[in-house]
Design a binder for this molecule. Structure first.
Ligand code: DGL
Length: 292
């Protein structure tokens, strides 16, 4: 499949559900003139508990829908798909394909470097700096984050924690209050120990819980803990990839549009998405991946 590389072609973004909107928000901030097509595979969320074979099948179906709509680059705004199927999508598609794991690893390393610079020294130089990753079961089992962090530096150690219950909480719009706080605490508590660390929400749904994660992690650690997400670094990587592939950006005069497709009834998605992205949410249309 080949990209339509005209400057008016949109960027394509997909996730299993709402989580990828965290990446859409960063892309809209970074590229206000670019049109975006977002696909949330709400009929099949969650992806994070599925087998690698199933995740690959779902990823191919999502990618096909977006490529057929003429996107100039594909952003896999899902850690699970990025961890399992990114190389395959890159090999199969003739357009830039960006994932969120590498930008997430980069954000974590940058956050820890800032932490160390502020602290002035590393508390114990003999121990690697720890990065906690909260992800879906598939993302954690894939080892994608430890690999991505190791490619950047050997100074860091990744401690992964699968946190599958956080995905349905976000899909339900339960992003604050006692219930998410207790669930986050249950996942984070066994992973908190002394020493600098930056928990990375290794699932694009989790930044919607950022304030709860920040509060619980600081409470457990007894000190503020940097919590980072990959959205802004992903937008930077998209910009770089477009420049490298010499794909033109949208002209300043473009009336940038956001088109949203989901694979199940749009009602509850629209409510949470509206709250998250603000009033200028575009249309939300239901499609069928198999027949589209
Ligand atoms: N938001 C996705 C991720 O980053 C998927 C969550 C899920 O569907 O389990 O992994």
């Amino acid at each position: 499949m080949t990209a339509r590389v005209g400057d008016h072609a949109p960027l394509g973004v997909f996730d299993s559900g709402l989580g990828g909107l965290t990446v859409v928000r960063a892309l809209r901030n970074a590229f206000p003139n670019e049109s975006l097509i977002y696909l949330g595979d709400t009929a099949r969320v969650p992806y994070g508990t599925r087998s690698p074979e199933t995740i690959v099948r779902y990823a191919r179906a999502c990618a096909r829908v977006l490529v057929e709509r003429g996107v100039k680059a594909l952003v896999v705004a899902c850690n699970t798909v990025s961890a399992i199927a990114l190389d395959l999508l890159r090999a199969e598609l003739d357009l830039p394909v960006l994932g969120v794991v590498e930008p997430g690893a980069l954000s974590a390393v940058r956050a820890l470097e800032r932490w160390v610079a502020r602290a002035g020294r590393v508390p114990d130089d003999s121990r690697p700096l720890r990065i906690g990753v909260l992800g879906t079961a598939s993302t954690i089992a894939s080892g994608a984050y430890p690999r991505a962090v190791a490619r950047l530096s050997t100074r860091y150690e990744v401690v992964g924690q699968a946190a599958p219950l956080l995905v349905p909480l976000v899909e339900e719009g339960w992003t604050d209050g006692e219930v998410p706080r207790l669930v986050v605490r249950r996942y984070v508590e066994p992973r908190i120990d002394p020493g600098p660390r930056g928990p990375v929400p290794g699932c694009t749904h989790y930044p919607l819980l950022e304030s709860v994660i920040t509060e619980v992690a600081a409470d457990l650690a007894g000190t503020p803990v940097p919590v980072v997400d990959s959205a802004v670094a992903t937008a930077e990587a998209v910009g770089e990839a477009l420049r490298e592939a010499r794909i033109p950006g949208a002209p300043l005069t473009t009336d940038a549009r956001l088109e949203i497709f989901v694979t199940d009834r749009p009602q509850s998605f629209t409510g949470v998405a509206q709250r998250f992205l603000g009033a200028d949410l575009g249309s939300v249309e239901q499609i069928d991946l198999v027949s589209s």
